[in-house]
Design a protein around this ligand. Structure first.
Ligand SMILES: Cc1cc2nc3c(=O)[nH]c(=O)nc-3n(C[C@H](O)[C@H](O)[C@H](O)COP(=O)(O)OP(=O)(O)OC[C@H]3O[C@@H](n4cnc5c(N)ncnc54)[C@H](O)[C@@H]3O)c2cc1C
Length: 379
Protein backbone atom coordinates (compact mmCIF):
# COMPACT_ATOMS: atom_id res chain seq x y z
CA UNK A 1 0.00 0.00 0.00
CA UNK A 2 1.36 3.42 -1.00
CA UNK A 3 0.01 6.40 0.93
CA UNK A 4 0.78 10.07 0.25
CA UNK A 5 -0.07 12.54 2.98
CA UNK A 6 -0.10 16.20 2.03
CA UNK A 7 0.54 18.33 5.12
CA UNK A 8 2.70 17.62 8.16
CA UNK A 9 0.33 19.16 10.73
CA UNK A 10 -1.16 17.21 13.65
CA UNK A 11 -3.68 15.39 11.42
CA UNK A 12 -1.22 14.23 8.76
CA UNK A 13 1.54 13.25 11.18
CA UNK A 14 -0.71 11.29 13.52
CA UNK A 15 -2.33 9.39 10.65
CA UNK A 16 1.11 8.49 9.25
CA UNK A 17 2.25 7.22 12.62
CA UNK A 18 -0.86 5.09 13.24
CA UNK A 19 -0.77 3.47 9.80
CA UNK A 20 2.94 2.72 9.81
CA UNK A 21 2.87 1.31 13.33
CA UNK A 22 0.08 -1.06 12.33
CA UNK A 23 1.46 -1.91 8.90
CA UNK A 24 5.26 -1.51 8.78
CA UNK A 25 5.33 -2.61 5.12
CA UNK A 26 3.15 0.28 3.96
CA UNK A 27 4.95 3.05 2.07
CA UNK A 28 3.92 6.24 3.84
CA UNK A 29 5.25 9.57 2.62
CA UNK A 30 4.44 13.01 4.06
CA UNK A 31 4.86 16.16 1.96
CA UNK A 32 5.21 19.36 3.99
CA UNK A 33 5.67 22.75 2.37
CA UNK A 34 7.48 24.28 5.37
CA UNK A 35 11.07 23.55 6.37
CA UNK A 36 11.67 21.16 9.28
CA UNK A 37 12.64 24.07 11.53
CA UNK A 38 9.63 26.32 10.71
CA UNK A 39 8.80 28.50 13.67
CA UNK A 40 5.17 29.34 13.01
CA UNK A 41 2.70 29.09 15.84
CA UNK A 42 2.30 29.70 19.55
CA UNK A 43 0.25 27.40 21.78
CA UNK A 44 -2.89 25.40 21.04
CA UNK A 45 -5.38 23.86 23.43
CA UNK A 46 -5.77 20.10 23.57
CA UNK A 47 -8.31 19.26 26.25
CA UNK A 48 -7.77 16.53 28.80
CA UNK A 49 -10.52 14.29 27.41
CA UNK A 50 -9.06 14.37 23.88
CA UNK A 51 -5.84 12.95 25.25
CA UNK A 52 -7.92 10.02 26.44
CA UNK A 53 -8.86 9.04 22.86
CA UNK A 54 -5.29 9.57 21.69
CA UNK A 55 -4.00 7.52 24.63
CA UNK A 56 -6.26 4.59 23.76
CA UNK A 57 -4.82 4.52 20.25
CA UNK A 58 -1.21 5.44 21.00
CA UNK A 59 -0.18 5.55 24.66
CA UNK A 60 3.40 6.58 23.85
CA UNK A 61 2.42 9.69 21.91
CA UNK A 62 -0.23 10.64 24.50
CA UNK A 63 2.36 10.33 27.28
CA UNK A 64 4.85 12.55 25.44
CA UNK A 65 2.19 15.15 24.69
CA UNK A 66 0.92 15.16 28.23
CA UNK A 67 4.43 15.74 29.61
CA UNK A 68 4.77 18.83 27.38
CA UNK A 69 1.38 20.29 28.28
CA UNK A 70 0.24 22.89 30.78
CA UNK A 71 -3.08 22.11 32.51
CA UNK A 72 -5.57 24.55 33.99
CA UNK A 73 -9.02 24.15 35.56
CA UNK A 74 -9.87 27.85 35.88
CA UNK A 75 -10.94 30.45 33.36
CA UNK A 76 -11.56 34.10 34.03
CA UNK A 77 -14.43 35.76 32.21
CA UNK A 78 -14.02 39.52 32.25
CA UNK A 79 -16.69 41.92 30.97
CA UNK A 80 -16.04 45.64 31.12
CA UNK A 81 -14.40 45.75 34.56
CA UNK A 82 -16.31 42.88 36.19
CA UNK A 83 -15.10 39.31 36.31
CA UNK A 84 -16.09 35.79 37.23
CA UNK A 85 -13.66 32.91 37.63
CA UNK A 86 -15.19 29.69 36.32
CA UNK A 87 -13.82 26.44 37.72
CA UNK A 88 -14.17 23.50 35.37
CA UNK A 89 -14.54 19.94 36.63
CA UNK A 90 -12.03 18.69 34.07
CA UNK A 91 -8.74 20.40 33.27
CA UNK A 92 -8.04 21.90 29.87
CA UNK A 93 -4.54 21.45 28.47
CA UNK A 94 -2.37 23.58 26.20
CA UNK A 95 0.82 22.83 24.33
CA UNK A 96 3.23 24.76 22.11
CA UNK A 97 2.28 23.95 18.54
CA UNK A 98 5.95 23.50 17.63
CA UNK A 99 6.50 21.09 20.52
CA UNK A 100 3.42 19.11 19.49
CA UNK A 101 4.69 18.90 15.91
CA UNK A 102 8.20 17.94 17.09
CA UNK A 103 6.78 15.11 19.22
CA UNK A 104 4.67 13.82 16.34
CA UNK A 105 7.52 14.14 13.83
CA UNK A 106 9.93 12.27 16.10
CA UNK A 107 7.29 9.58 16.62
CA UNK A 108 6.98 9.27 12.83
CA UNK A 109 10.73 9.20 12.22
CA UNK A 110 11.16 6.43 14.82
CA UNK A 111 9.03 4.25 12.55
CA UNK A 112 11.01 5.17 9.44
CA UNK A 113 8.36 7.44 7.93
CA UNK A 114 9.69 9.67 5.22
CA UNK A 115 8.84 13.38 5.67
CA UNK A 116 9.69 15.53 2.65
CA UNK A 117 10.05 19.06 4.03
CA UNK A 118 10.20 22.15 1.80
CA UNK A 119 7.96 20.27 -0.61
CA UNK A 120 4.76 21.96 -1.61
CA UNK A 121 2.27 19.87 -3.58
CA UNK A 122 0.56 22.05 -6.17
CA UNK A 123 -1.66 19.40 -7.75
CA UNK A 124 -2.85 15.85 -7.16
CA UNK A 125 -1.28 15.00 -10.55
CA UNK A 126 2.09 15.06 -8.75
CA UNK A 127 0.90 12.10 -6.65
CA UNK A 128 0.05 9.65 -9.42
CA UNK A 129 0.84 6.09 -8.39
CA UNK A 130 -0.26 6.38 -4.76
CA UNK A 131 -3.15 4.15 -3.65
CA UNK A 132 -4.43 6.71 -1.15
CA UNK A 133 -3.90 10.47 -0.96
CA UNK A 134 -4.68 12.11 2.38
CA UNK A 135 -5.30 15.85 2.15
CA UNK A 136 -4.21 17.00 5.60
CA UNK A 137 -3.08 20.35 4.24
CA UNK A 138 -5.06 22.61 6.53
CA UNK A 139 -7.65 25.33 6.22
CA UNK A 140 -6.45 26.54 2.79
CA UNK A 141 -6.00 22.99 1.44
CA UNK A 142 -4.54 23.01 -2.07
CA UNK A 143 -5.99 19.60 -2.94
CA UNK A 144 -9.46 20.60 -1.74
CA UNK A 145 -9.34 23.79 -3.79
CA UNK A 146 -8.16 21.87 -6.85
CA UNK A 147 -11.11 19.46 -6.54
CA UNK A 148 -13.66 21.83 -4.97
CA UNK A 149 -16.47 20.49 -7.11
CA UNK A 150 -15.64 16.87 -6.38
CA UNK A 151 -15.64 17.51 -2.63
CA UNK A 152 -18.62 19.89 -2.76
CA UNK A 153 -16.73 22.60 -0.86
CA UNK A 154 -18.54 25.57 0.64
CA UNK A 155 -16.76 28.49 2.24
CA UNK A 156 -18.27 31.32 4.23
CA UNK A 157 -15.93 34.07 5.37
CA UNK A 158 -16.96 35.38 8.80
CA UNK A 159 -17.21 39.12 9.39
CA UNK A 160 -15.18 39.36 12.64
CA UNK A 161 -11.44 40.03 12.44
CA UNK A 162 -8.77 38.29 14.52
CA UNK A 163 -5.02 37.86 14.96
CA UNK A 164 -2.94 35.36 16.91
CA UNK A 165 -0.08 36.68 19.10
CA UNK A 166 2.22 35.41 21.82
CA UNK A 167 3.13 36.87 25.22
CA UNK A 168 6.48 36.19 26.90
CA UNK A 169 5.15 35.06 30.27
CA UNK A 170 2.53 32.67 31.64
CA UNK A 171 -0.80 34.51 31.91
CA UNK A 172 -2.83 32.63 34.51
CA UNK A 173 -5.60 31.80 34.86
CA UNK A 174 -6.48 31.62 31.20
CA UNK A 175 -9.06 34.26 30.38
CA UNK A 176 -11.54 35.78 28.00
CA UNK A 177 -11.69 39.55 28.23
CA UNK A 178 -14.56 41.43 26.56
CA UNK A 179 -14.06 45.18 26.52
CA UNK A 180 -16.05 48.13 25.20
CA UNK A 181 -13.90 51.09 24.16
CA UNK A 182 -14.84 54.39 22.50
CA UNK A 183 -13.82 52.72 19.21
CA UNK A 184 -15.94 49.58 19.71
CA UNK A 185 -15.76 46.07 21.17
CA UNK A 186 -12.61 43.99 21.56
CA UNK A 187 -12.10 40.44 22.79
CA UNK A 188 -8.90 38.84 24.04
CA UNK A 189 -8.50 35.15 24.74
CA UNK A 190 -5.24 34.19 26.39
CA UNK A 191 -3.79 31.07 27.95
CA UNK A 192 -0.37 29.90 29.08
CA UNK A 193 1.05 26.98 27.11
CA UNK A 194 4.46 26.72 28.81
CA UNK A 195 5.67 28.11 32.16
CA UNK A 196 6.93 31.20 30.31
CA UNK A 197 4.77 31.67 27.20
CA UNK A 198 1.12 32.40 26.45
CA UNK A 199 -1.08 32.52 23.38
CA UNK A 200 -3.09 35.73 22.96
CA UNK A 201 -5.90 35.81 20.37
CA UNK A 202 -7.36 39.26 19.71
CA UNK A 203 -10.70 39.73 17.96
CA UNK A 204 -13.16 42.48 17.09
CA UNK A 205 -16.35 42.73 15.12
CA UNK A 206 -16.48 44.38 11.72
CA UNK A 207 -18.14 47.59 12.98
CA UNK A 208 -15.28 48.05 15.47
CA UNK A 209 -12.72 47.21 12.80
CA UNK A 210 -13.90 50.21 10.79
CA UNK A 211 -14.90 52.58 13.64
CA UNK A 212 -11.57 52.16 15.45
CA UNK A 213 -9.68 52.65 12.18
CA UNK A 214 -8.11 49.16 12.10
CA UNK A 215 -9.09 48.93 8.43
CA UNK A 216 -6.71 51.80 7.69
CA UNK A 217 -3.79 50.61 9.87
CA UNK A 218 -0.94 48.24 9.11
CA UNK A 219 -0.45 45.16 11.32
CA UNK A 220 2.18 46.90 13.49
CA UNK A 221 -0.27 49.72 14.34
CA UNK A 222 -3.03 47.15 15.01
CA UNK A 223 -0.75 45.35 17.45
CA UNK A 224 -0.02 48.63 19.28
CA UNK A 225 -3.75 49.36 19.53
CA UNK A 226 -4.47 45.90 20.98
CA UNK A 227 -1.62 46.40 23.49
CA UNK A 228 -3.33 49.61 24.62
CA UNK A 229 -6.79 48.07 24.87
CA UNK A 230 -5.45 45.16 26.97
CA UNK A 231 -2.69 47.06 28.78
CA UNK A 232 -3.92 45.98 32.22
CA UNK A 233 -4.00 42.26 31.34
CA UNK A 234 -0.62 42.41 29.60
CA UNK A 235 0.96 44.33 32.49
CA UNK A 236 2.92 46.35 29.96
CA UNK A 237 4.38 43.28 28.22
CA UNK A 238 4.50 43.52 24.41
CA UNK A 239 2.55 41.23 22.11
CA UNK A 240 4.94 39.00 20.20
CA UNK A 241 4.30 38.64 16.48
CA UNK A 242 4.82 35.52 14.44
CA UNK A 243 2.91 35.81 11.17
CA UNK A 244 0.34 37.66 13.29
CA UNK A 245 -1.73 38.80 10.36
CA UNK A 246 -5.27 40.10 10.95
CA UNK A 247 -7.70 37.82 9.12
CA UNK A 248 -11.35 36.85 8.81
CA UNK A 249 -12.06 33.20 9.49
CA UNK A 250 -13.16 30.99 6.58
CA UNK A 251 -15.80 28.52 7.74
CA UNK A 252 -15.23 25.60 5.33
CA UNK A 253 -17.47 22.54 4.92
CA UNK A 254 -17.47 19.73 2.35
CA UNK A 255 -20.48 17.71 1.25
CA UNK A 256 -18.25 14.80 0.16
CA UNK A 257 -15.31 13.81 2.33
CA UNK A 258 -13.55 11.84 -0.38
CA UNK A 259 -13.17 12.13 -4.10
CA UNK A 260 -11.46 9.51 -6.26
CA UNK A 261 -8.62 8.19 -4.06
CA UNK A 262 -8.33 11.45 -2.08
CA UNK A 263 -9.71 12.04 1.40
CA UNK A 264 -9.89 15.19 3.51
CA UNK A 265 -9.03 15.30 7.23
CA UNK A 266 -8.56 18.02 9.85
CA UNK A 267 -9.02 21.67 8.91
CA UNK A 268 -9.05 20.72 5.22
CA UNK A 269 -12.25 18.77 5.89
CA UNK A 270 -14.04 21.25 8.11
CA UNK A 271 -12.35 24.29 9.60
CA UNK A 272 -12.74 24.34 13.37
CA UNK A 273 -13.34 27.86 14.64
CA UNK A 274 -10.69 28.77 17.22
CA UNK A 275 -13.34 29.78 19.78
CA UNK A 276 -14.05 26.13 20.54
CA UNK A 277 -10.32 25.38 20.89
CA UNK A 278 -10.63 21.96 19.30
CA UNK A 279 -8.94 22.18 15.89
CA UNK A 280 -5.91 20.13 16.86
CA UNK A 281 -7.94 17.54 18.67
CA UNK A 282 -10.41 17.18 15.77
CA UNK A 283 -7.57 16.79 13.25
CA UNK A 284 -5.97 14.04 15.38
CA UNK A 285 -9.31 12.31 15.94
CA UNK A 286 -10.01 12.44 12.17
CA UNK A 287 -6.62 10.78 11.67
CA UNK A 288 -7.54 8.10 14.20
CA UNK A 289 -10.94 7.43 12.57
CA UNK A 290 -9.38 7.24 9.10
CA UNK A 291 -6.79 4.79 10.40
CA UNK A 292 -9.47 2.65 12.07
CA UNK A 293 -11.49 2.69 8.85
CA UNK A 294 -8.53 1.43 6.81
CA UNK A 295 -7.86 -1.49 9.17
CA UNK A 296 -9.63 -4.49 7.75
CA UNK A 297 -11.06 -2.63 4.75
CA UNK A 298 -10.78 -4.63 1.57
CA UNK A 299 -10.46 -1.73 -0.85
CA UNK A 300 -9.69 1.99 -0.65
CA UNK A 301 -13.28 3.04 -1.54
CA UNK A 302 -14.51 0.70 1.19
CA UNK A 303 -12.11 2.27 3.72
CA UNK A 304 -13.21 5.80 2.76
CA UNK A 305 -16.91 4.97 3.11
CA UNK A 306 -16.19 3.43 6.50
CA UNK A 307 -14.32 6.58 7.53
CA UNK A 308 -17.37 8.73 6.78
CA UNK A 309 -19.72 6.34 8.57
CA UNK A 310 -17.43 6.17 11.61
CA UNK A 311 -16.58 9.82 11.94
CA UNK A 312 -19.40 11.91 10.50
CA UNK A 313 -21.87 11.90 13.43
CA UNK A 314 -19.29 13.19 15.90
CA UNK A 315 -17.72 15.60 13.40
CA UNK A 316 -21.12 17.08 12.52
CA UNK A 317 -21.89 17.60 16.20
CA UNK A 318 -18.64 19.50 16.71
CA UNK A 319 -19.10 21.42 13.47
CA UNK A 320 -22.54 22.58 14.56
CA UNK A 321 -21.20 23.54 18.00
CA UNK A 322 -18.43 25.55 16.34
CA UNK A 323 -20.99 27.29 14.13
CA UNK A 324 -23.10 28.29 17.10
CA UNK A 325 -19.95 29.53 18.82
CA UNK A 326 -18.79 31.72 15.95
CA UNK A 327 -22.33 33.03 15.43
CA UNK A 328 -22.28 34.10 19.08
CA UNK A 329 -19.04 36.01 18.49
CA UNK A 330 -20.42 37.52 15.29
CA UNK A 331 -23.23 39.06 17.43
CA UNK A 332 -20.94 40.01 20.30
CA UNK A 333 -22.43 43.49 20.72
CA UNK A 334 -25.76 41.93 21.69
CA UNK A 335 -24.15 39.41 24.09
CA UNK A 336 -22.02 42.07 25.78
CA UNK A 337 -25.08 44.13 26.67
CA UNK A 338 -26.00 41.58 29.39
CA UNK A 339 -24.98 41.70 33.08
CA UNK A 340 -21.86 39.62 33.78
CA UNK A 341 -23.63 36.62 35.31
CA UNK A 342 -26.07 36.25 32.41
CA UNK A 343 -23.27 36.96 29.98
CA UNK A 344 -21.10 34.18 31.46
CA UNK A 345 -24.02 31.73 31.38
CA UNK A 346 -24.73 32.72 27.79
CA UNK A 347 -21.04 32.23 26.93
CA UNK A 348 -20.78 28.81 28.59
CA UNK A 349 -23.95 27.52 26.90
CA UNK A 350 -23.44 29.19 23.50
CA UNK A 351 -22.57 26.02 21.56
CA UNK A 352 -25.74 24.19 22.59
CA UNK A 353 -23.61 21.29 23.88
CA UNK A 354 -23.88 22.42 27.49
CA UNK A 355 -27.40 22.55 28.92
CA UNK A 356 -28.28 23.22 32.56
CA UNK A 357 -27.80 19.57 33.54
CA UNK A 358 -24.41 19.38 31.86
CA UNK A 359 -23.38 22.75 33.33
CA UNK A 360 -23.77 21.16 36.77
CA UNK A 361 -21.04 18.65 36.03
CA UNK A 362 -19.02 20.85 33.66
CA UNK A 363 -18.70 23.99 35.81
CA UNK A 364 -20.40 23.08 39.12
CA UNK A 365 -19.66 26.15 41.24
CA UNK A 366 -20.74 28.54 38.49
CA UNK A 367 -23.91 26.49 37.85
CA UNK A 368 -24.77 26.78 41.57
CA UNK A 369 -24.10 30.49 41.66
CA UNK A 370 -26.17 31.12 38.54
CA UNK A 371 -29.09 29.03 39.83
CA UNK A 372 -29.06 30.89 43.15
CA UNK A 373 -29.12 34.23 41.36
CA UNK A 374 -32.16 33.09 39.34
CA UNK A 375 -33.93 32.07 42.55
CA UNK A 376 -33.12 35.45 44.10
CA UNK A 377 -34.59 37.18 41.05
CA UNK A 378 -37.73 35.05 41.24
CA UNK A 379 -38.33 35.64 44.98
C1 LIG B 1 -6.17 32.01 15.91
C2 LIG B 1 -6.17 30.51 15.93
C3 LIG B 1 -6.19 29.91 17.17
C4 LIG B 1 -6.22 28.53 17.23
N1 LIG B 1 -6.29 27.99 18.47
C5 LIG B 1 -6.39 26.68 18.57
C6 LIG B 1 -6.53 26.09 19.84
O1 LIG B 1 -6.54 26.75 20.86
N2 LIG B 1 -6.65 24.75 19.92
C7 LIG B 1 -6.66 23.99 18.81
O2 LIG B 1 -6.77 22.78 18.94
N3 LIG B 1 -6.52 24.53 17.57
C8 LIG B 1 -6.39 25.85 17.44
N4 LIG B 1 -6.28 26.38 16.20
C9 LIG B 1 -6.43 25.55 15.03
C10 LIG B 1 -5.39 24.53 14.82
O3 LIG B 1 -4.15 25.12 14.67
C11 LIG B 1 -5.81 23.69 13.59
O4 LIG B 1 -7.18 23.44 13.67
C12 LIG B 1 -5.08 22.39 13.53
O5 LIG B 1 -3.70 22.61 13.46
C13 LIG B 1 -5.52 21.59 12.29
O6 LIG B 1 -4.64 20.56 12.02
P1 LIG B 1 -4.42 20.03 10.54
O7 LIG B 1 -3.43 18.92 10.66
O8 LIG B 1 -5.73 19.75 9.91
O9 LIG B 1 -3.83 21.24 9.71
P2 LIG B 1 -2.61 22.22 9.97
O10 LIG B 1 -2.16 22.17 11.37
O11 LIG B 1 -3.01 23.52 9.41
O12 LIG B 1 -1.46 21.57 9.08
C14 LIG B 1 -1.48 21.60 7.67
C15 LIG B 1 -0.07 21.47 7.17
O13 LIG B 1 -0.11 21.33 5.75
C16 LIG B 1 0.93 22.08 5.19
N5 LIG B 1 0.53 22.38 3.81
C17 LIG B 1 -0.49 23.17 3.41
N6 LIG B 1 -0.60 23.15 2.07
C18 LIG B 1 0.37 22.33 1.61
C19 LIG B 1 0.76 21.90 0.31
N7 LIG B 1 0.11 22.31 -0.77
N8 LIG B 1 1.81 21.05 0.19
C20 LIG B 1 2.48 20.62 1.30
N9 LIG B 1 2.16 21.00 2.56
C21 LIG B 1 1.10 21.84 2.71
C22 LIG B 1 1.06 23.29 6.10
O14 LIG B 1 2.32 23.89 6.01
C23 LIG B 1 0.79 22.67 7.47
O15 LIG B 1 1.99 22.24 8.08
C24 LIG B 1 -6.21 27.73 16.06
C25 LIG B 1 -6.11 28.34 14.81
C26 LIG B 1 -6.12 29.72 14.74
C27 LIG B 1 -6.05 30.35 13.38
Amino acid sequence: MKIAIVGGGPGGLFFARLVKRHNPDALVRIFEQNPADATFGFGVTLGGSSLGRIAEADGEVAQRLSEAMVFDTEQKIHLNGEEIVVEYAKPGGSIARLRLLAILRDSCRELGIDIAFDTRIESSAELDGYDLIVAADGINSTLRQEHGEGFGTQTRVLTNHFAWYGVGHAMAPNALVFRNTPGGRFVAHYYAYTPDMSTFVAECDDATWRAAGLDRMDDAARRRLIQQVFEVELGGAPLIENRSIWRQFPAVTNTRWHHRNMVLIGDALRSAHFSIGSGTRLAMEDALALFEATVGAVTIPDALDRFVALRKPNRDQFGEAAERSFEWYERIEHAMAQPILDFTYDFLTRTGRVDDARLDSYAPSFARRYRESRLDCAS
